[in-house]
Design a binder for this molecule. Structure first.
Ligand code: FES
Length: 222
């Protein structure tokens, strides 16, 4: 009587798969009739043949998908750079007036560094002698955007102060510090516009744009 085969259901056969032929022959004993039943893998164990090194079709499609997305987005990145130009840090000096143009204890309004938005309006103040002595300069300039809720402040000659028409905040003209009203609760200086005096000419040369509408924590540089 033929002994029962240990390789029940493990008969040797050739299996065509994707243009190749694989064998399920046991790699240990090569005896399909009395197979030892080893766990050693055959050339084909029912799963896909070993992956070839290199890019699979699926990986290739993934890569191509990523490349397509980048290429499709590139024009929009370029357009975004055009629509939102980087904020400059340095500005061209701008002639904003001549000393004779602004009366003592008076002021004038100028746009700097841009002319496209009321938030970029500033005031040039010709300080009265008592305040000029305190500051050590005849002229000072501040951005006009109130640090409370961003109304536009003005120099008030009568009181020699800067006032906001919306909620009554008052600032010192000597350094832009809020001394009363809701802006005083916030406690930040009006953004200072740095000036350069060249003979009779007064130039605006710099301002920190990040401070507009929010103020800053440091007094104007002397
Ligand atoms: S906006 Fe100036 S005090 Fe309110």
């Amino acid at each position: 009587m033929t002994p029962p085969s240990k390789s029940l259901g493990f008969s040797r056969r050739s299996i065509p798969y994707r243009g190749k032929t694989f064998s399920n022959q046991c790699l240990s004993c090569s005896d399909p009739a009395n197979c030892c039943g080893s766990d050693l893998k055959t050339g084909f164990d029912g799963a896909s043949p070993t992956k070839k090194p290199g890019l699979s079709r699926r990986d290739f499609l993934k890569v191509m998908g990523g490349v397509s997305a980048v290429l499709a987005g590139a024009p929009f990145i370029a357009a975004g750079q055009f629509l939102i130009p980087p904020v400059p840090r340095k500005f061209q000096p701008l002639l904003i007036g001549r000393s004779a143009d602004v009366p003592v204890n008076g002021s004038t309004v100028f746009w700097f560094p841009f002319t496209t938005d009321p938030n970029y309006t500033n005031m040039l103040i010709h300080l009265p002698p008592n305040l000029a002595k305190e500051v050590g300069a005849e002229f000072v300039a501040y951005n006009r955007t109130c640090i409370h809720l961003q109304c536009l402040v003005s120099y008030l000659s009568n009181s020699q102060q800067i006032g906001c028409p919306c909620h009554g905040s008052i600032y010192r003209p000597t350094d832009g510090w809020p001394i009363s009203g809701p802006a005083a609760q916030i406690g930040r200086y009006l953004p200072n516009v740095q000036l350069r005096i060249d003979g009779d000419n007064i130039y605006a040369v710099d301002i920190n744009l990040d401070d507009i509408g929010y103020g800053n924590t440091t007094p104007p540089a002397k």
